[in-house]
Write a protein that binds this ligand. Sequence first.
Ligand code: MLT
Length: 407
Amino acid sequence: MIRINENYTKLKASYLFTDIAKRVNAFVAANPAKPIIRLGIGDVTEPLPPVCITALHAATDEMAKRETFKGYGPEQGYAFLREAITAHDYTARGCPIEADEIFVSDGSKCDCGNIQEIFGSDIRLAIPDPVYPVYIDTNVMAGRTGMNADGRYTGVTYLDSTPANGYVPAIPSAATDLIYLCFPNNPTGAVATRTQLAAWVAYAKKNQAIILFDSAYEAYIRDPAIPHSIYEIPGARDVAIEFRSFSKTAGFTGTRCAYTVVPKSLQAFDAAGQPHSVHALWTRRHTTKFNGVAYPIQKAAAAIFTAAGQQQTRAMTDFYLGNAKLIRDAMAKLRLPCVGGDNAPYIWINTGRDSWEFFDLLLNQAQVVCTPGAGFGKCGEGHVRISAFNSRANVEAALTRIAAALK
Ligand code: MLT
C-alpha cells in the first residue's frame, strides 16, 4: 500500500498565500462590483526594465538560428551571468566570492526550500518568528520538527522578532546547527546592522553551524551603513550560504531568475565528525535535480548589470520605495506604529488587534488585501504586512480607502 510522507500532516492545510487567495477570491465572487487592491503577496507590478526586454528579444532571435541556438546550458548558470553577478554584487563590495560559487536558479523560494535537503535530518534549527513560511514548512516536510502546538512546531528554536527588540532577533543561548536569517526582512522590513550580523557569524563559527542568509530584498537598502551581503562580514564565507533573487530587484517574479552563493570553504560534518564540502554537496544536488534557467532569461538577468540596467533597476526600486513612504506616512497619520519601508518594500504594522480580523476588516471595508501577521508566525499576531508593490494610483487609492475604513 502506497504511504504518504506523514510529516505533511503536521502542516497547516495550505500555504499562507494560498489561504489568502482563497479568502480574496471568495470576496470577489460575492462582491463583483467592488474592485480590490492587492497589497498582500509581494508581487511586482511594474514592467521589466527596457534593457531586459532588449536582451530577451536578442536572445530569442539567437534561439531561432542553428548557429546560435542553445540546448541544455550549464546547470549552475552561464559563465556570462555568474561572472557579472560576482563582479557587481560581490567583488565591488569587497566580498571574497568567486564566479564558481554562484548557482543560478529559477527562484530563491525553491533554493531556500531545497537547500535543507543536503543537511542531516536531526540537526537543530533556529528559525525567526515571524518568518517567510518556506523556511519552516520545508523543514516540517523533511521531518525535522515535532507537531505544531499552539502555533509553533516542537523541536525548533524560534528567534522572536518583537517591538521590544526592534524586530531583529537576539542570538539564542542554546546551540543550533542551521540558522535562517533574512535581511532586509520579510515580513517586517527590519534591517540588521554590521555589528548584529558579525555577532551571528561569530555564533555560527562557535557552534560549527551554517547561516542561510536570505538577501532577496537587498536592492531596497538605502542606508549606506547596512550590509547588502553577509559576506561583507569577515569570516562569513566559512559559515554562510546566501540567497539572492532578481524578482524584487528587477521585476522578475514572473520571469524567474535567482542565485544562491555556496562558498567552497564552507564545510558540514558527517556522523563521525569528518568535514565535507557543502559546495560539492549542493553541486551534486543542483546538477541532479535542476537543468538550468532558460538562456534568454539569463541574458535578461545579465543585462541588469550594465550601466543602463543599474540605472533602470534603481529607478524601479526607488519607485516602490516611494510607495512605501506613502504607506508609512499614512500609517503615522492613523497613529498605527510601523517599521520597514525605508530599506525594504514591506511595512509591518502593529495594529494591536487580531491580525486576521484586521485583514478581514481591510478586505471588507476597504477592499484592500494585506497579509495577516499571524500567517508568518506567533510573533506576527497583532500585526499586518502591507506590500509597496503596486502602481502609485493603486497605493494612493488603497490608503484613502484604509483611512476611511478605520475612521
Ligand atoms: C511574499 O509576499 O512574502 C513574497 O512575495 C513571497 C515570495 O517571494 O515567494
